[in-house]
Design a protein around this ligand. Structure first.
Ligand code: ADP
Length: 234
């Protein structure tokens, strides 16, 4: 990358990160004021605590993604692979996204095989992959959307699909959806527009596991499906 282009990318990244942190911090600031104010009802106090908890989780997620992206860029990310049941990984990702799913009143359907689905992966990283995909499915769906997580296994590999019926992806944007900082015009105006690093991180983490990730959408307004394919062991 040319130095000037590189510099403007860095400036753009800093501005985006600052913007991403500003919204949750502003929400926390408001909630703290509510907690400090006298004579608040129990329901109001509980609501303020829930806001703080949800927004702190969001900040932790942003910093985890930035850290991971940095480690991958410098080749320092080491996978801690172990034999795990994908049921547990999916469960951790769902728990992590529960506040976003509930805030948007989304319905989540899990289609998993009844038997354990064993894979040898780094569970923390694959949870991070699924958390990003689920978080996007919630973020890019209108309230009361329905989201499906489907896990299927063959003898040698597994696929995990996250399906939403949200804003969809325009055909011209689809080939760039995994690029660093790529954000569609439609997503920039969403209430929780992001940094455009999540999907790039997803792709890199999946590739570190010798897997692939694909995005499909029939177009704007037609929902999206992201499918991760992972070998059972690498
Ligand atoms: P962001 O932080 O902007 O969500 P991502 O890297 O996760 O960054 O996603 C990049 C872009 O891909 C988003 O800005 C959005 O335009 C598009 N995108 C990702 N997931 C979806 C989805 N489920 N539905 C529609 N568009 C999506």
């Amino acid at each position: 990358m040319e130095p000037l282009h590189h510099e403007s990318r860095n400036t753009e990244l800093l501005a985006t990160v600052a913007h991403e942190l500003r919204n949750p911090l502003a929400a926390i600031q408001c909630a703290v004021r509510v907690l400090e104010a006298p004579n608040q009802s129990d329901a109001t106090l509980q609501q303020a605590r829930a806001v703080i908890s949800r927004q702190v989780t969001r900040i932790v997620r942003i910093s985890d993604d930035l850290l991971s992206a940095g480690y991958i860029a410098t080749g320092e990310l080491e996978l801690c692979k172990q034999r795990v049941d994908l049921h547990d990984v999916v469960q951790s990702a769902v728990e992590a996204c529960r506040p976003q799913l509930d805030a948007g009143h989304h319905t989540l359907m899990l289609h998993l095989p009844a038997a354990p689905v064993e894979v040898i992966v780094d569970p923390i990283r694959i949870t991070q992959v699924l958390t990003n995909l689920l978080d996007n499915a919630a973020k890019y769906s209108d309230p009361f959307g329905s989201i499906i997580v489907r896990v299927e296994g063959t003898r040698c590999a597994v696929t995990i699909s996250v399906v939403d019926r949200g804003i969809g992806i325009a055909p011209e944007f689809l080939p760039r959806v995994f690029d660093l900082f790529a954000r569609s015009d439609q997503s920039k105006i969403r209430p929780r527009a992001g940094m455009g690093i999540g999907l790039n991180l997803v792709k890199r983490l999946v590739e570190l596991h010798h897997g692939t990730v694909e995005a499909c959408s029939a177009g704007l307004g037609m929902g999206s499906t992201f499918t991760v394919w992972l070998p059972r062991s690498t």
